[in-house]
Design a protein around this ligand. Structure first.
Ligand SMILES: [Cu+2]
Length: 68
């Protein structure tokens, strides 16, 4: 049973930004997929278990962006 967590990320401007967010968030334990919509900043994260929002925020921050 997987769960999807949606967050909005600000500061992404191009495909490189998208790739950075996808990579960092994808490294969180249990994450199986990360879908990023550049235009809206919407990030859908699929994982085996519910994710801690602080962990997501930290991963996004590590990539150089912010969860709004
Ligand atoms: Cu970019």
């Amino acid at each position: 049973m997987s769960t999807t967590t949606t967050v909005t990320v600000t500061g992404m401007t191009c495909g490189h930004c998208v790739a950075s967010v996808r990579e960092e968030v994808g490294e969180l334990a249990g994450v199986s997929s990360v879908d990023v919509d550049l235009a809206s900043g919407r990030v859908d994260i699929t994982s085996e278990a519910p994710l801690d929002s602080d962990d997501i925020a930290r991963a996004v921050s590590d990539a150089g962006y912010q969860v709004s």
